[in-house]
Design a binder for this molecule. Sequence first.
Ligand code: SF4
Length: 398
Amino acid sequence: MITIIQVDTESLDDVKQAMGRLIDQLGYKPSKPRVFLKPNMVDALPPSHAVDVNPIVTAGLILALNEKFDIEEFVIGENSGYFSEKPETYQRLIETSGYKEMVENLKENYNIPLSLINLEYVEMDEYKWKFKPFKLKLPSILKTHSYINIPKMKTHGLCMVTLGVKNQIGLLLLRDKRNFHLGFRDDDGKYYSNLHGCISELGNLVKPELTICDATTALEGNGPTTNPGTTWVRKLDICIGGTDMIEVDNACCQIMGIPMDLVEHIPEVDGSIAPGSLPLECEEPFKRPVKRTEPYGNMYHHSSMWMCTGCQMTLTRMNRKIAYTPELREKLKEREKKYDRIDFFIGRTEEEDIPDEHGVLLFCGNCTEKVSRLYPDAVHVAGCPPHYRELAEKYVNL
Ligand code: SF4
């Protein structure tokens, strides 16, 4: 069963009341005295960008749960990929997104027993997994706490949408995130899985007790993070909650005007709507991500689905850097005049992916290193992922 509620993010008390209604309409009660919340936090950006779950939504939910039930402890956790490896970048993520301040506020002013953890560095349990080496590590907290999944409503360049099922990728260790994106290999070293299959398999393995999608604001276009000129913020002022993650994701797709057959990783299911819910309807379909098959000026972008979050973030951060730096924009214009054609590769790339009629070759990341060695004149930017500033420099100064 799902419910859709109106949420006004101007005041924490209003959000708390709304979350209380959501819990009542679904008849939800945590099965354990400790609660683990997993909001989608993928980029160090303030809530106005609609990239991370607005901290006021997570805070309102915690206050509502705290008021209704006897909860011993709340833990918020995320492995954001790009920001989780180093303590200083994780710090930047939680500060800029507003989570650090929110946690301090709830602890100091509401006396909530609350902590915020980086899921890259927590105790893990081993689960049986479909792909070689047939084992997958996931945070132990999933078994000791009631798990609540909090996705952000967004369209996504590789997966069409990122909702509850996709948000669970933030439970993985960094090395497994890479395997999800690049593929698991068989005994002969051949890749034999893809991202959609892995995410949906993870959805079979781990099921949250409650999923609440933050659609107070949503991101449309080429998400999952801000990309100048190709993403837009949509204000909906709603949250969609349910005890079945797949039903919630189906309802969200309906609200976004995205047919389920375009979303490979979410099965289509019929759900029911709780009494008191807002109607389940699409007011205006979301702008969908655009896969660029045509060249952009003289630039041919070859970004396959075999690219993990690390390089995705490097690419979007590079685009933002160029868009907001007049000097780099000028250099880009000069570069346009210099070459007839540039071919840019990012993510897992094989020799057969390089077209015969290619122009100047630019390879990004360690995944392209092997193939780049076949082309002595090519430019390769090393790193896993490379630093976005270094990539921007090479990108405009070819
Ligand atoms: S090089 Fe890029 S795409 Fe390849 S594993 Fe590293 S971050 Fe991911």
